[in-house]
Design a protein around this ligand. Sequence first.
Ligand SMILES: Cc1cc2nc3c(=O)[nH]c(=O)nc-3n(C[C@H](O)[C@H](O)[C@H](O)COP(=O)(O)OP(=O)(O)OC[C@H]3O[C@@H](n4cnc5c(N)ncnc54)[C@H](O)[C@@H]3O)c2cc1C
Length: 316
Amino acid sequence: VTRFEARSNPWQAHFETPPLPSDALEIRFNEPMARHTTLRLGGPADVWLMPRTRDAARSLLAWLSDANIPTTFVGGGTNLLVRDGGIRGAVVNLGHLQAIAPQDPENPGLIHVEAGAHTSKLLQVSIERELCGLEFLAGVPGSVGGGLRMNAGTYLGEFTNVVTQVRSLSSKGEWIARDHAACGFVYRNSALPSDELVIDATLHLQPGRAEEIRARAAELKARKRDREPKAVGNNGSTFKNPPGDFAGRIIEAAGLKGVSLGGAQVSPVHANWLVVANSQICTSADLLGLIEIVREKVQAHSGIELELEVRIIGEA
Ligand SMILES: Cc1cc2nc3c(=O)[nH]c(=O)nc-3n(C[C@H](O)[C@H](O)[C@H](O)COP(=O)(O)OP(=O)(O)OC[C@H]3O[C@@H](n4cnc5c(N)ncnc54)[C@H](O)[C@@H]3O)c2cc1C
């Protein structure tokens, strides 16, 4: 259990008159980010905001911009390390925007998906519709918005293989549409700007047989399950794989498997997973300290500079 000192929340006063009615916007104050991250760590967000419609999201961003409220976007929190001091200002989450539907009756391979949809649900719908191309998502948690930003993927593929268009809102609440090339997808990243809120995307899938798609997804899921640490707070892989190598192999070769700091540990099961081994005492500061130890020791051992896959946000 991480305890935080009570602190005043200067942003709460801005919401005394809410920007939108409660049927358009869910608002929570001092929301613990530990509830919204798979690490189950992180201090409070001053204001947690969940628009219930696309139009509410647009009005909300315009209002936040006019009010000069710093704004952060969070999806499923599966790739986030939120510092112990939490997040100042507003955090916007699209958990209420989860629609998945055919984009065009003439072309059944085109699927429209909202950013708050879970990747697991998207995969399930694609199997039900006998559309292949999303098997790579088996065992990759999180939301579609986060997956697009991160170009999430596995050895079976990545978002870049299926996206035809991404629509987002600028920080001022203006609609922006990008075709595939303009999204700038690269290994575990994209050129989708950090101050834009991804709202939805069009994906292009191919016809396939449900049993075959399901079998490929199940094989990937089983393979991931066999190699992954269980029952510990985690973000999956902490570092990106350097070209032609594996971060886990490099960290293990530096003798770091099982090394711990406070409640955080380099998993004894998979060295590229820096996990919460003791949730009673672990803080984000432990994880951050362990990340630095791993980077320094790896640099000293092999000269390789490991790059983070996990996104670090919030205040110390
Ligand atoms: C057990 C486990 C296994 C994993 N395995 C894999 C794997 O095999 N392959 C892989 O690629 N990843 C893997 N991951 C990491 C994670 O699943 C992906 O990075 C995922 O795509 C993150 O999505 P999210 O919604 O949780 O994003 P978050 O963690 O909430 O956010 C990630 C980034 O996206 C931004 N973001 C989120 N939503 C939006 C939005 N709507 N608009 C704009 N920006 C947004 C955030 O600001 C942040 O910068 C794993 C994680 C776990 C916990």
